[in-house]
Ligand binder design. Structure first.
Ligand SMILES: Cc1cc2nc3c(=O)[nH]c(=O)nc-3n(C[C@H](O)[C@H](O)[C@H](O)COP(=O)(O)OP(=O)(O)OC[C@H]3O[C@@H](n4cnc5c(N)ncnc54)[C@H](O)[C@@H]3O)c2cc1C
Length: 643
């Protein structure tokens, strides 16, 4: 079947099982996992071609699972925004697109059912677990052929797909393959496949009514088992429309200065900041590469080197290795070096929470971590310095890899990508050489010192960039009464760059004894994010510390309560947050008529504290959606070029 595909599609397609005939007359199902675009999407094109060649109907299926690593509001919101564009663009192109969102009451095994009814399944290639394992299971049980198609690399992974130990060797080995593909335009396929209109094993999400309006979207998201405390990045919209606009803007205004500006992390427009768009497949790397190649300047070449050598080197490596996250993938010299220094005393040992909440002794490192948490991104030049600090602050190689991977993937919009694994492992010696003489802890693995980096960076400017408001809407959150729940809310807001203040400080020590411990059953019953937040809160209550500003709001409240004085600065109060009957209440003015708001004692209510925490997290997420998710996007016209 692959033989009958046009050559530019055949070279990036592989079959995953050995069934050589289409099964029955069911639909050709294109299952999209990581390439949410209609322009230059080889998986859709392969599906459409097979459907047309065999007179079968075509269905574009997008399933959002809750079981991917670090499933959160941040990542899920990107995926739902992507679905809005997919829905619109598929309609325009005569394709039927359906979205399944795994959630309460909707957790049926859709793909398993498709595997029994589809004539064949075509999916986009994504070489990381758990996706690789899901695909293996589907391929083994499917009644028809299953194909995956590379939508992520200009040099197709099935064509090369080797792990090469240094980027320059990858550059040389793939030079001809790359050149040929950069010079050719992407053929326009004249394929009209019939739309599948038959039965579906699930009820597709009504995108017009449940996804487009953010207030509806958050209700839908609330049905999912995801972490609501990792808030969306409001100024990065998901989907191909925003990604194409952002690329166009960088092409027009940033690409020419790329070679000169790309290493200065304080220069926020010196790089494209589009890695999330490649990760989610909102942008065709083939199109971007062709457009950049046609410019032909030193800067464009440098940009192409990052996109086509460093990025694709990582993808081909991950495609080739059976266990992408394993420390055994490091080169032998690096593994030996880590063994040699395993007993070296670490200059400072930080707990996972100190790392996550940016509490290292170094301001610049903390800014890097805050950039990930608050804005879901980190500049490449600082990302290397950020990553190289983990071995110095953790007990051993495994915990260093694990902690840095976790923080990268939980917060970065471009995380959970082959480039994430390779970036993290590069900090531990992957694709590098030994540097002599050996140093304590780092041994002969290249080091990058955070203090040295601070001295050559305009840290103040970079700090202002990181400390920018995460939303276009400015203002403060005023918390009435300090108790474990309001402290938790204050921490979530503060960690993610919002301004949170208490009106008063209640002595939290009075409630310490009554924070109940979680049982083994609770550990199994509650999602990981909730257990982690609960344990973090317990620890904080004992030291009576929250990350929210300790400032007190004075009595300078205006009559409608909308503006408060916080430490002599005027803040518009976006929300006054109180606790009433064990639930958070958000008002424009304090609900003074209700006496319970001022103390807000969580222990007065029958609902267990851990449940109150879960409710508080979702109530806060809903309020944040109401306030921030309607921000207008800046539209930038996308030009159609002829290459
Ligand atoms: C510890 C560590 C973790 C990393 N984690 C990720 C990650 O989770 N996801 C991710 O996409 N990249 C990751 N990188 C690589 C790199 O930091 C980002 O790709 C880059 O910062 C993205 O910013 P940009 O889009 O402005 O890049 P630009 O400078 O504009 O580069 C253009 C494109 O080239 C690619 N690219 C650039 N640099 C690299 C690189 N060193 N390796 C691979 N691809 C590159 C990206 O797709 C990027 O969009 C990591 C690097 C390190 C050291």
């Amino acid at each position: 079947m692959i033989d009958r595909l046009p050559s530019h599609l055949a070279e990036r397609t592989r079959q995953l099982n050995s069934i050589d005939t289409l099964y029955g007359d069911g639909p050709v199902v294109v299952w999209l996992k990581s390439s949410f675009r209609v322009h230059e999407n080889p998986a859709i094109e392969v599906g459409a071609t097979i459907a047309q060649q065999n007179g079968l109907p075509l269905l574009i299926y997008h399933g959002i699972d809750e079981r991917y690593p670090h499933a959160s509001l941040r990542h899920h919101n990107m995926l739902l925004e992507a679905a809005i564009d997919m829905d619109e663009n598929c309609r325009k192109n005569g394709l039927r697109y359906v979205l399944h969102l795994a959630r309460e009451g909707h957790r049926q095994p859709v793909l398993k059912q498709f595997s029994q009814t589809a004539s064949c399944i075509v999916t986009d290639m994504f070489p990381l677990p758990p996706w690789t394992e899901w695909l293996q299971t589907i391929s083994a049980s499917s009644k028809g052929p299953v194909f995956d198609v590379d939508c992520h690399c200009v040099v197709p992974m099935p064509m090369f797909g080797k792990s090469v130990d240094r980027p320059y060797k990858y550059r040389d080995a793939t030079k001809k393959l790359r050149k040929k593909r950069l010079q050719a335009s992407w053929p326009v396929l004249d394929v009209q496949a019939e739309q599948y209109v038959g039965e579906l094993p699930f009820e597709p999400v009504d995108i017009a009514n449940r996804v487009i309006d953010p207030n509806e979207r958050i209700s839908l998201l609330q049905e999912c088992n995801i972490d609501p405390t990792v808030l969306p990045i409001w100024d990065v919209r998901g989907g191909e429309k925003a990604a194409l606009q952002k690329w166009q803007k960088f092409f027009d205004k940033g690409l020419n200065g790329y070679a000169r500006r790309r290493n200065n992390a304080a220069d926020s427009t010196g790089v494209s900041r589009l890695s999330h768009a490649f990760h989610y497949g909102f942008l065709s790397p083939m199109r971007v590469a062709r457009e950049a190649a046609a410019v032909g300047t030193k800067s464009a070449d440098k940009y192409l080197d990052e996109l086509l050598v460093f990025r694709e080197h990582a993808w081909h490596h991950i495609y080739a290795v059976p266990e992408p996250y394993a420390p055994s993938n490091l080169p032998d010299w690096a593994k030996q070096s880590w063994r040699d220094t395993s007993d070296d005393p670490r200059p400072v040992l930080l707990t996972p929470r100190q790392l996550e909440y940016a509490a290292s002794p170094f301001e610049l490192w903390n800014l890097c971590q805050q950039s990930l948490v608050r804005h879901g991104e980190l500049h490449n030049n600082l990302r290397m310095t950020w990553g190289k600090a983990f071995p110095l602050w953790t007990q051993h190689l495994e915990s260093s890899l694990e902690q840095s991977q976790m923080l990268n993937d939980k917060y970065a919009l471009d995380g959970r990508d082959p480039s994430s694994v390779v970036g993290v492992q590069w900090c531990h010696g992957l694709f590098d050489r030994a540097f002599f003489p050996s140093e304590p802890v780092m041994g002969v693995v290249r080091k990058r010192d955070v203090v040295t980096h601070s001295s050559r960076l305009d840290t103040e400017r970079y700090g202002a960039h990181v400390n920018r408001n995460p939303s276009q809407i400015d203002g403060a959150y005023i918390l009435q009464g300090r108790n474990p729940i309001t402290s938790f809310v204050a921490d979530v807001l503060t960690d993610q760059g919002y301004s949170a203040h208490f009106t008063e400080t209640e002595d939290v020590s009075s409630s310490i004894d009554s924070i109940p411990s979680l049982s083994d059953h609770d550990f199994q019953r509650y999602p990981t994010w909730l257990v982690e937040k609960y344990l973090a809160l317990d620890e904080e209550m004992h030291v009576q510390k929250t990350r929210a500003a300790p400032s007190h709001v004075s009595d300078g409240r205006t009559e409608d309560g909308s503006t408060d004085h916080v430490e002599n600065r005027h803040h518009t109060a976006l929300s006054i947050i109180s606790m009433i009957e064990g639930r958070l209440v958000f008002t424009a003015a304090p609900p003074e008529s209700d006496p319970s708001f001022s103390t807000g004692r969580y222990s007065d209510y029958s609902v267990p504290l851990v449940e109150q925490l879960r409710h508080a997290a979702w109530d806060l997420a809903r309020r944040m959606f109401e306030l921030h998710a309607h921000q207008s996007e800046s539209a930038y016209a996308v030009q159609t070029r002829l290459f």
